[in-house]
Design a protein around this ligand. Structure first.
Ligand code: 13P
Ligand code: SF4
Length: 331
């Protein structure tokens, strides 16, 4: 099938969807026919999460990619997630329905500048969050996700000199709970940085019994009022297991879909961002992934995620190291 030049410029196939088609049924049919696995992060829309073969946080998605026997991986998430899959499975076709789905955190740590920073601190071990480009991972010693960052940092001796990149909020949080003094890159996620402490406290006054769930990419003052700090999967697990009936959720609002599904009797309130005129607790990159783009992406098996083989050869080591340490720690 010929790909249109304008699609390549746009970064996704925008072929009109045939009238009357049952999108969900057709996507599932194509996935089965092509032996494709559809993976989704908790931040994409609820309808995509519902039809995916696997939904998870960044750690679970990487673990799943490493063991899939599908021929095609469709990553309904952002570009660095597709890159991680491609690095782990170089012989598989990896698709991300819209190549414009980048990540402000990954973009805040360009590989060229980061490499200079690493070179200026040759005695430091380099730990990078999974929200980085393949090129940044290539100059990293071990990758972490929000689901294993603390444990992986603590697997190094107390006096180990460490660079932590790119999220200064996650890095600062880990420094605060481990007593480490890791050198932090000053990147951040534009979605998680926007949560308003004042508005969360106001909400807490109106819902005094509610527990506050916070992703560690949020700023320190928001993290400090949390009843639970954790990755999306850890927050979900807490919501399922805890006795509270109400939760204020300070992370991208897509996670509320699975929380509500798993706990229909509980109430989940999205924490408000600073600017109430926009849907700022939504990640605009994750929300670029739509059912229509997923359909076209499976139909045309495009856009594919490609990683330079030399970069991939470097980047696979810190990713595998993360997977090995996580397996040893039972994460
Ligand atoms: P986790 O999936 O590790 O919770 O990370 C959240 C995130 O920002 C992904 O982009
Ligand atoms: Fe990146 Fe933030 Fe979006 Fe996650 S929520 S993909 S860290 S921009």
């Amino acid at each position: 099938m010929m790909l249109k030049t304008e699609w390549k410029e746009k970064g996704y196939a925008d072929e009109p969807i045939p009238a009357g088609i049952d999108l969900k049924k057709e996507i599932r049919r194509m996935a089965q026919e092509k032996n494709a696995v559809i993976m989704a992060h908790y931040y994409v829309s609820g309808e995509i999460q519902d039809l995916a073969d696997f939904v998870g946080d960044s750690l679970a998605l990487a673990q799943q990619a490493a063991k899939t026997d599908a021929d095609i991986i469709v990553m309904c998430g952002v570009h660095f997630m597709g890159e991680t899959n491609k690095i782990l499975c170089p012989n598989k076709k990896v698709l991300v329905p819209d190549l414009n789905a980048t990540c402000s955190l990954a973009e805040s740590c360009r590989a060229e500048e980061f490499e200079d920073f690493v070179k200026a601190h040759p005695d430091h071990t380099v730990i990078s969050y999974v929200n980085t480009t393949a090129a940044t991972k290539a100059v990293t010693d071990v990758v972490v996700t929000s689901g294993n960052a603390r444990q992986i940092v603590e697997s190094f001796p107390k006096d180990e000199k460490i660079i932590f990149a790119p999220d200064q909020n996650l890095g600062g949080y880990i420094n605060s709970i481990t007593g480490r003094q890791m050198l932090l890159w000053n990147g951040a996620c534009h979605v998680h940085e926007r949560f308003s402490l004042e508005k969360i406290l106001l909400m807490k006054q109106q819902h005094p019994e509610a527990k506050v769930l916070v992703h560690p990419e949020c700023k320190g003052p928001v993290v400090r009022v949390a009843d639970k700090v954790g990755s999306t999967a850890a927050l979900l697990k807490f919501a399922i297991q805890d006795d509270a009936q109400e939760f204020i959720v300070a992370t991208e609002s897509g996670i509320l879909h699975e929380m509500q599904k798993r706990c229909p009797e509980k109430t989940f309130l999205p924490a408000p961002p600073n600017d109430s005129t926009c849907a700022c607790n939504e990640c605009n990159y994750m929300k670029l992934i739509t059912m229509e783009k997923l359909y076209n992406c499976l139909k045309y098996e495009w856009p594919t995620v490609e990683v330079d083989p030399q970069v991939a050869a470097q980047a696979v080591r810190p990713i595998n190291r993360m997977l090995e340490i996580s397996a040893q720690l039972g994460l």
